[in-house]
Design a protein around this ligand. Structure first.
Ligand code: GLP
Length: 256
């Protein structure tokens, strides 16, 4: 039987983010002392914002340097250029990269404007690059209302790799807010790290806030491991933890 995913409930997103930021900062400092890099897997969306704010604060006020940090972002919309205001590139620059000292050459993204004929090779090269860096040490995840992690929509296999995917209806509806509230403008496809890619990360922190996530959080943590809710695969990961605020944890059954 799969074990239950570890989860921690915090009073609010800021206190959860402070905990995760503290873990990341410790890892960065430990590696810096050994003159080694840390590989972070990063996510977009509203959920990681308090974490990025806290890391920026630690950079400014507590002299946390990110010079030994290498990053790989989870996903990107197809057909959206890196400088497009709605791209995940832009999101990350605005909310994190522009405010810390990660050398540009250490920041990695999937490119949404890869020509269709080159997508498979592009995705494979992304996987190779992660491997060449020794794998992801600490992966940050959000969770979509469809239970997706990255853009691994229901039906994605636990061994899926980085690839082109079609976005589901719930996901596209939720994304419309970033595309002028118009569903028509939301891309139909994206490139995403696969569930198998994500599962290879050494540690995983999934962040979820608010009552809108309560139902999918319960299914991921206490439901059956199933491709219907890809986040449930994390039940099979040795070092995955959900960081929740009380509303996101409100439907979890208390274990006896
Ligand atoms: C998008 C991203 C996911 C993210 C999800 C939830 O679909 N590809 O990585 O987890 O949105 O976003 P939010 O954190 O805004 O609820």
């Amino acid at each position: 039987m799969p074990k239950t995913i570890r989860y921690r409930v915090f009073e609010n997103p800021d206190s959860a983010a402070a905990q995760v930021a503290g873990e990341i900062a410790q890892l960065i400092r430990e590696r810096a002392l050994l003159d080694r890099q840390v590989v972070l897997g990063l996510a977009t969306g509203r959920s990681p914002l308090p974490l990025y704010e806290e890391l920026i604060y630690q950079h400014r006020e507590e002299r946390l340097s990110f010079s030994n940090v290498v990053t790989f972002n989870l996903d990107e919309y197809t057909g959206v250029g890196r400088n497009d205001p709605a791209s995940f590139h832009t999101f990350m620059r605005k909310n994190f990269f522009d405010h810390v000292d990660i050398p540009a050459r250490q920041i990695h993204f999937l490119s949404g404007t890869t020509p269709p004929a080159k997508i498979a090779a592009h995705c494979e090269a992304y996987e190779d690059l992660i491997e060449k860096h020794g794998g992801i040490d600490y992966q940050i995840l959000g969770i979509g209302r469809s239970g997706h992690v990255g853009f691994n929509e229901p039906g994605s296999s636990i061994v899926s790799r980085t690839r082109l995917v079609e976005l589901g209806e719930i996901t596209r509806n939720d994304a419309a807010r970033d595309f002028g509230d118009s569903l028509e403008n939301v891309p139909t496809h994206a490139l995403t790290m696969g569930c198998g890619t994500i599962m290879e990360a050494k540690r995983i922190a999934l962040l979820a806030w608010g009552s809108a996530k309560a139902s999918v959080v319960r299914r991921a943590i206490q439901g059956r491991v199933s491709s219907k809710v890809c986040a449930s695969y994390l039940q099979k990961h040795e070092a995955a933890c959900f960081y929740l605020d009380s509303p996101a944890a409100s439907l979890l059954k208390v274990e006896k």
